[in-house]
Each structure stands twice: as C-alpha cells, then as structure tokens.
Design a protein around this ligand. Structure first.
Ligand code: ADP
Ligand code: GLC
Length: 484
C-alpha cells in the first residue's frame, strides 16, 4: 500500500540548497516517489527560487490566501513544480513579505515567522487539497513545530486523525531558539503548558525542542550520531531529553543520489570515468588544475575541500597543520567554501603564502564542487562533529579517498585503510587535535606513493553503495510502523 507522505523542509535541491539538508530532502523524496508513494514536498518560494528558469505553475485554488500569525496578517499563494527526475510534486509557498531576502536564511529577526508560516501553510494546503497525509516528515528546527501544530491548532480536523509525525535531526547545532514573546505569532500562546517550562521561565521558546517533545518518531542521519547526541559532549544541551526519548530515536545513514553524483554520468565534469575506466579521473585532475591556473604537478596529489566554513567542519585543525605540510610535502590544496571570516581569511592567506600550491574559491559553486570531488586525489573532512556528511560519500564514489575524523556519519561510512590487507576506503583519526589530523594526512600522502595499492583503495571506495534506493527502506519501515 502506497503511503501519503508530506515532507516540509527549508532546503530542497536543486531549488534551494546551502548544504546536505537540501540534498537529503530531495533524494529521500525522490526515492520514496520511486517506491510508489504519494509524496508532496513543501518549500518556501524564496526570491532566488522565483528567479530560476523553471516551469512553476500557480495552484488555482491557492491564490492570495490570508493567514494570521498573531496580530500579523500575511497573504500567500502556492506554486508547484516537479522535482526533477521524479514523479514528486514540490509546493512552493509564495509570500514575498517573508521570502524576499537574497539568501535562503535571512539571518534576521523574522526567521521564526518565515518557518512558522511555511509549516502552517503546508498543513493548511493539505487541508485545502483534502489530502490526508499518513506521515508528516519535518526536518531540523525550521519545520519542527508541525507535530505540536497537529496536536493544537489543527487537532480539530479529522483529516489529520491518522497522521503521524517524524522529525529528522540533521544538525543539533541549530535549534531555532527565540524570545517567548513570539508565542502569539507562532500560534502557541494558548498552549504554553505544552512547552518546555524551564525555557519559558527563561523567556525563550525552542522550535527544535518542541519538535523533540511531540514528534511521534525522531530520526537522525547516522547511527553513530544517534548515540553521540545522547551524550553531554554532542547533545548541545538536548542530551537528557534525547535519552528520555531514546526509544523513539533511530539513526538512518543518509543516502546518495547517484543520479547527481556519479563520475560516469556527471554533466559538470569534463571527462567521465568509472571503476573500469579510470583514465578520465587523471584527465579531470589536469583539466581542473589548468582551469584554476595551478601548475600541473607530475606526481603530487591534490587534496580537495568543499565545505560550509563553520567550526563544525573542524577547520581549526588546518591552522596548525596545513602550512607545515605545504612547506614540507609535495601536494596541492584546493578549497571551495564560504562562511566564517576567520576561515575565509585563513584560506586566502594560505593561497597567497603558497602560490602555485594552493587555490581557494570563496563562495558557492555547484559546478566547482563536482570538479573538486572528481579532480582531487584526496578529500579532506576533519569535522569536529558530523551528523552524517555527504561529501565523504560523494568522494568515495569519485575515487577520491577521504581523510576524516571518526565522528558521526563519517565513522559509519569511511573504513580505515589497511595497506597490508588492502582493505578500507579512507583515513580516519580519532582525536580532534592537530596531531590527529597530521597523522591521518601523513598516512594518506604516504599511501598515495604506492600506485597499485592506491588504485585498490580507490576501487574499494567506488564499490560502496550508499544509494537512496537502499537507504529509503528503513524510512519506509518506520513510516509503516507509525501508520500502523
Ligand atoms: P553540511 O550539510 O553540514 O554542509 P554535508 O556533507 O551533508 O554537510 O553536505 C554538504 C553539501 O553542500 C554537499 O553537497 C556539498 O557539495 C555542498 N557544499 C558545501 N559547500 C559548498 C560550496 N561552497 N559550493 C558548492 N557546494 C557546497
Ligand atoms: C547537516 C549535517 C550533515 C548532514 C546533512 C544532511 O547539515 O551537518 O552532516 O549530512 O545535514 O543530513
């Protein structure tokens, strides 16, 4: 029996993406659609999405609808479009008053309104479509109010009588904590007894914590992260609550959309390749180095990094490690990313200090991210914490063994290389210290010199299957269990 599944998320690739959330919301929805489920996805019609050259269609009966958030009145319309390569419809909530910002996240005072509105409009659109979802699946703090909304504002509606909710935790580092003065606007002023008392006493309300309390099931994006977040070290203050709900919490490793991320068919890269025909990788590496104007080294490996530049990603370890390595060892370093100033200026400094060896592109580029996955020899991901991480899985498929810290999803997806047995897929270190990274980077650069062994390492990684076709199954099982 196909299920009716409503997904609500702040990012959905290719429409809106700043990181893995977009890829996962899209990849999971696409995979569920392929399994025959009726999947409908809700996303804000951000100004940058409106500008895309895409056949968006206005939904007739959802034009200029009014909604009140406390004393504020908003008018919204809903547009729709197919999620590419799928039978899944995406519904875009058009409310220029809230989604006019240039970037996906406004970073301004109105963030709580933007996502409370998205969540409410998604549920109200289900009502107006007369569509009773079996599952409402929400992601991170942005849409975490859906479970409490279904128990309060929309509890009267029989349409949702059988609806069950799933909240996926992609990153506990972001919780959506606001002043409790917003309760009226987010529609919960009359239900404060259902909120976390200590927070209210301290004058705050947390979207994520509220979701943790009321979602029927909680998932996070790897098995190891599901354990880690129940500890004080990784729980971001929510570990006690997560331990209390441990029976309802499960870790499901993210899938990869190999339709988007495969060197055989990647439309961005100049030379296609596969495990059977690896020549294209070397050609792509040369093309990459030529494109960015780095002298092509004869033997030296290229180390690549593609990342949001935040402390989560472990970039602090590079400060002490990379300059020394670049001075003493022969390799090239190529980085793509933007974020916190200190990391951006460090990477810029590195480029100036090691001309011909380092290249840094500050910004976001889908195309370049594919070029680096394919053209680099080693992929760097020394995360402080990593709920799942997609880049290391992409790099495995592209024959670019990753150097990672053994945490969260990195621990679940990268197996330590063993040069004796020639098993394993990458290089991981345990301790979040410069020595840890130095050890792993040295291990990788040394291993690279043994051409035959390195090829085996590449092939081991390329043979791994993290496809959504596999990873969708535990989600289906969970949904079915909930839907009874
Ligand atoms: P996170 O979601 O924490 O950022 P993931 O590894 O799950 O980490 O996903 C990151 C995704 O965002 C990958 O698809 C990666 O290629 C992409 N990405 C990150 N930074 C950039 C950038 N500067 N340009 C293009 N893509 C980027
Ligand atoms: C978050 C995490 C990342 C994960 C992604 C998708 O942004 O930082 O580890 O892969 O969400 O689940």
């Amino acid at each position: 029996m196909p299920l009716r599944i409503c997904q609500i998320a702040a990012e959905v690739t290719p429409f809106a993406k700043t990181g893995g959330l977009g890829d996962v919301a899209a990849g999971l929805s696409r995979a569920l659609g392929k399994q025959g489920h009726d999947v409908r996805v809700f996303l804000p019609f951000y100004a940058r999405v409106v500008k895309l050259d895409f056949p968006f269609v206005a939904v007739d009966f959802l034009r200029d609808v009014e909604i009140h958030l406390g004393a504020r009145k908003f008018t919204y319309s809903v547009f729709t479009a197919r999620l590419p390569d799928s039978a899944v419809d995406v519904y875009f909530v058009h409310c220029p008053a809230l989604y006019h910002h240039d970037s996906i996240y406004s970073g301004e005072w109105d963030e709580y309104l933007r996502y409370a509105l998205l969540t409410r409009v998604a549920l109200e659109t289900c009502q107006r479509m007369g569509w009773a979802p079996d599952i409402v699946h929400v992601h991170d703090w942005h849409t975490a109010l859906a479970p409490i909304y279904l128990r309060t504002i929309y509890a009267w509606d029989r349409l949702f009588a059988k609806t069950r909710t799933v909240l996926t935790l992609h990153n506990l580092g972001y919780q959506g904590v606001f002043s409790s003065q917003v309760l009226e606007e987010i529609g919960l002023a009359g239900h404060s007894e259902m909120l976390y008392n200590e927070d209210l006493a301290a004058g705050r309300v947390s979207f994520l914590k509220t979701g943790l309390l009321y979602a029927d099931a909680l998932t996070t994006v790897s098995r190891t992260y599901a354990q880690e977040i129940q500890t004080a070290e990784h729980g971001f203050g929510l570990d006690a609550l997560l331990r209390a709900r441990a029976n309802h919490l499960v870790g499901i490793v993210n899938g990869v959309d190999y339709g988007e991320w495969s060197p055989e068919s990647d439309p961005y890269i100049p030379h296609k390749y596969s495990a059977e025909r690896l020549e294209g990788k070397e050609a792509t590496k040369r093309a990459l180095l030529e494109k960015i104007g780095l002298p092509v080294p004869r033997q030296a490996p290229v180390v690549g990094l593609v990342s949001r530049l935040t402390s989560q990603k472990g970039l602090d370890l590079l400060f002490d490690t990379l300059p020394e390595f670049l001075y003493h060892r022969d390799f090239r370093f190529i980085a793509l990313g933007s974020g916190e100033e200190r990391y951006e200026s460090f990477l810029s400094w590195l480029q100036v200090t090691f001309p011909g060896k380092v290249w840094y592109f500050r910004g976001y580029s889908e195309e370049l991210s594919h070029w680096i996955e394919a053209g680099a020899d080693i992929f760097l991901m020394p995360s402080r914490y990593e709920p799942c991480g997609l880049n290391q899985m992409y790099s495995l498929r592209y024959g670019t063994p990753p150097v990672v810290r053994r945490t969260g999803g990195l621990a679940d997806t990268v197996e330590q290389w063993n040069p004796v047995t020639r098993t394993g897929t990458g290089f991981s270190f345990d301790h979040f210290t410069p020595e840890g990274l130095r050890w792993a980077l040295d291990f990788a650069l040394t291993a690279y010199r043994d051409v035959a062994a390195w090829k085996q390492l590449m092939l081991n990684g390329m043979a791994k299957d993290f496809s959504w076709a596999r990873q969708v199954r535990p989600y289906e099982e969970l949904y079915r269990r909930l839907a009874g």
